[in-house]
Design a protein around this ligand. Structure first.
Ligand code: SF4
Length: 258
């Protein structure tokens, strides 16, 4: 895997500036703003690897960290989301996604506890200016206590759209992660995020059918273990129904809508 793993940050003269560096364009832009304001000597780019990322995410991590001159600090639980769902006997979905907590928050928090004094460390998260991200900010900040959390893209103008951020990267000579060009909003979990909805999964089937097939196999394996569970649900007749990936695929193959 072309990422570098550091077990220790640089020894800071003052505080650390730790960016949650996911491989998404938002966290990339947050790191750019932090580097511009504070320099890179005490900058840490903290990446939680969930082992199902798109291969081009690692290429972008390599390109962008090399350009900043800051090595990637990689943490990992060691399991991917499917393995986690098996272990906790719960299939993640849009309402509850235990993978976020166990595979991202816990490994990052362990690293912070070991290396980053809350009194002198600032943690940065690349939420964008969409209403959804704005709404999430207070809860996320509270969840990372006792570390001080900042949101560089929310707090300071200009407030940039996703396209602005992608163009910013291009202007600096970086090729954005390919999932954006394939029509996805986020560059995470190789497009197979269990929080995503039906239209997103229809796009996965359309542009990354092998990845959809792999996710469908994993979901079927979990259904065999756990019973009638599914990543997706939908409202029909005033009631919520589970919609397995196999059923969505068959519906789309028959000419139906997501
Ligand atoms: S991106 Fe989605 S599937 Fe991946 S860890 Fe986060 S919530 Fe889970």
């Amino acid at each position: 895997m072309p990422t570098r793993t550091l077990t220790h940050p640089p020894t800071p003269a003052t505080g650390l500036h730790v960016v949650q560096y996911s491989g998404g364009i938002g966290s990339w832009a947050a790191a750019q703003r932090v580097a511009a304001e504070h320099g890179t000597a005490n900058l840490v780019l903290l990446f939680a690897d969930v082992l199902t990322e798109d291969e081009d995410l690692y290429r972008f991590l390599d390109d962008s960290t090399a350009q900043l001159g800051v090595p990637l600090t990689r943490v990992a639980d060691g399991r991917n989301p499917w393995q986690l769902f098996h272990d906790v006997r719960y299939l993640g979905n849009s309402r509850v996604a235990p993978c976020t907590y166990w595979l991202k928050i816990v490994p990052c928090r362990r690293w912070l506890e070991a290396h980053a004094d809350p009194a002198t460390t600032t943690l940065y998260i690349g939420l964008d200016t969409s209403p959804r991200d704005r709404g999430r900010a207070p809860g996320i900040a509270a969840g990372w206590a006792p570390w001080n959390v900042r949101f560089p893209l929310l707090e300071r103008p200009p407030h940039l759209s996703k396209d602005d951020l992608l163009n910013w990267a291009r202007q600096l000579g970086l090729r954005p992660p390919r999932l954006y060009g394939l029509g996805f909003e986020h560059n995470n979990c190789g497009s197979t995020c269990v929080r995503a909805g039906k239209r997103h999964w229809a796009r996965v089937l359309d542009v990354l059918p092998d990845r959809y097939a792999a996710a469908e196999r994993e979901e079927n394996r979990l259904r065999a273990e756990l019973g009638d569970v599914a990543i997706l649900t939908e409202q029909r007749g005033g009631q919520r129904h589970r919609l397995p990936l196999a059923a969505l695929r068959q519906r789309l193959a028959a000419g139906g809508q997501p």
